[in-house]
Design a protein around this ligand. Structure first.
Ligand SMILES: NC(=O)c1ccc[n+]([C@@H]2O[C@H](COP(=O)([O-])OP(=O)(O)OC[C@H]3O[C@@H](n4cnc5c(N)ncnc54)[C@H](O)[C@@H]3O)[C@@H](O)[C@H]2O)c1
Length: 137
C-alpha cells in the first residue's frame, strides 16, 4: 500500500479520471477528499470508495473560486488531519469551445478559469498544507 496513512484531495473526482484515481488511491491506503462542483456525482464517488473498503468524504467546491479552494483545503485538514496528495484534476471541455473565430469570449473565460486558474488556486491553497511539517498538523 503506497499511500497508507496519506490524505489525497482530488478535484473533479465525481467522474472519469478523478473518480478512478479516487478508487485507486483509496486501494493504496489513502483517505480521499472527493471534490467536485457536482454534488450528486461527488457523493457517488464517496459511496464507491466506501463500498470498496476505503475512507472518503465529499466537499463541494468550484475550483475557479478562491474561497471554494480555501474551504476545500481546510476541509481536508479538518476531516483527515492534513494533506499529502493534491490532484488538480478538475477540468472542462465545453461543448461551445471551438476555434478562435466562433468561440464566445465567455466560453474562453470559463475554460481558462476552470482549467488554468483552478490549478493555480488548488496549488496556492493546497501546497502550504501539503508542505506543513507533520508536527504542525
Ligand atoms: N479524458 C481525456 O481524454 C483527457 C485528456 C486530456 C486531459 N484531460 C483532462 O483530465 C481531467 C479529467 O478529465 P475527465 O475526462 O475525467 O473529465 P470528466 O468531465 O469526466 O470529469 C471532470 C469532473 O470535473 C468536475 N468539474 C467541472 N468543473 C468543475 C469545477 N469548476 N470545479 C470542480 N469540479 C469541476 C465535473 O463535475 C466532473 O465530475 C480534465 O481536466 C481534462 O481536461 C482529459
Amino acid at each position: 500500500m503506497r499511500l497508507r496513512n496519506k490524505v489525497a484531495l482530488i478535484t473533479g473526482a465525481g467522474s472519469g479520471i478523478g473518480r478512478e484515481s479516487a478508487l485507486l488511491f483509496a486501494r493504496e491506503g489513502a483517505a480521499i477528499l472527493v471534490v467536485d462542483v457536482n454534488e450528486h456525482a461527488g457523493g457517488e464517488t464517496v459511496v464507491l470508495v466506501k463500498q470498496a473498503g476505503g475512507r472518503a468524504a465529499y466537499c463541494r467546491a468550484d475550483v475557479s473560486k478562491g474561497g471554494d479552494c480555501q474551504q476545500m483545503v481546510a476541509r481536508a485538514e479538518k476531516e483527515f488531519g492534513g494533506l499529502n496528495v493534491l490532484f488538480n484534476n478538475a477540468g472542462i471541455m465545453h461543448a461551445k469551445d471551438d476555434d478562435a473565430i466562433s468561440t464566445d469570449e465567455a466560453i474562453w473565460d470559463l475554460t481558462l478559469d476552470v482549467n488554468a486558474k483552478g490549478v493555480f488556486l488548488g496549488c496556492k491553497y493546497g501546497i502550504p498544507l501539503c508542505s506543513a511539517p507533520a508536527a504542525a498538523r
